[in-house]
Ligand binder design. Sequence first.
Ligand code: DLL
Length: 436
Amino acid sequence: MEKHYFQPEIETMSQEEIRKIQSEKLVKQVKHVWDNVPCYRAKMEEKGVTPDDIKSIDDLHKLPFITKDDLRDQYPYGFLAVPQSECVRIQSTSGTTGRRVVAFYTQDDVNIWDECCARAIVAAGGTKDDVVHVSYGYGLFTGGPGLNGGSHMLGSLTLPMSSGNTDRQLQFMTDLGSTILCCTPSYAAYLGESARDRGILDQIKLKAGIFGAEAWTEEMRHEIEELLGIKAYDIYGLTEISGPGVSFECEEQRGMHINEDHFAAEIINPETGEVLPEGEKGELVFTCLDKAAFPLLRYRTRDITVLTREKCSCGRTHVRMRKPMGRSDDMLIVKGVNVFPSQIETVLLNNNYAPQYQIIVDRINHSDTIEVHVEMTEEMYADKSVSKESRERKLQAALKSMLGILVDVVLLAPKSIVRSEGKAVRIVDKRNLYKS
Ligand code: DLL
């Protein structure tokens, strides 16, 4: 099978070459940050580190971490490392859990980001002949602008749809023959459902999807692939580090290659900060090696994953990260038990429910309660031979066996959960545990 790369000379270079590039870039980057970001310089001084101590990528562990709280404390300009007049763009996080984080970009930073997204599109089989349908939100969210930039750089016909207006999405998709869909996995499932309901699935020419920005399971991947008749590729990224394209899946669909010439990755123990060896599960930490405006060093993502340097059949040599297995901060602790929403999703899909659900956690009389609201499929809803109560009991038992705790299950009629056009709202935690 012929292999396709956007930049073969970079994507297939040897480990030695990657480390050499990382070392050269890191030495320069640390000087740049030391000279231009007083709050990080203070952190380095506190740790007794100077730029002279950083001679290669092997010295990365000597540098202090940056956390989301640091970014919030320094909002908005504290981590800006170039004069504002050199910046051409900002993007921002949604700020649902506190103050927004604003990331700045020079034109070169935007080019790096576009290049990363172009690599992702090519890895999903994209060429300049494709019609790339971008249904991630545009604006402050990085999803739309990121994939849009990558598609332009590749020279594909780019449809800047943004999210929402499902009728228009489907009309453009069929009229213009979109071949690659980029959006959140939950919106892809919704678009698929809507196309099926309108009886137009056979008019859709999609061959691939590039889905990310939220956690999704293998079961959900299969469901979307089957519904839309496509291959569904995962893509990962975060605003602080640039946006989508920090890592992406290739045709192997077994982990996402990190663009290591731009971002150095480490896995740490989230409790102690100690760097863990390859193959161990822990918190992912990124260092931006060549971004100028917002060059975060050792940024703690809170995403829990595993890195592997096992050979990939696609020929890419860049390290792979497993699909994030949860976040060290939004993992739910219910009745003292750690609950990852992805475990619940796996049970629901294995039991043939639709990937439309909400987890509602509350605390009543000092005791945690957890309810899973999930939609029945049309077939289940129509089939009156099995009672709703009996279905609920069966699902409750399956969840108990996965999670070890009793969960209240509420089955709903099809289409009763409000659809999201961006990231799905999966968790409603009414306990306010993190408010002081
Ligand atoms: O979600 C950037 C993005 C846009 C990625 C489009 C992929 C596609 P933020 O809004 O800053 O940025 O959210 C970043 O989302 O730390 C992860 O917890 C989560 N996340 C992103 N991609 C994935 C993924 C964008 N593929 C946060 N799987 C990250 C699971 C993901 N979680």
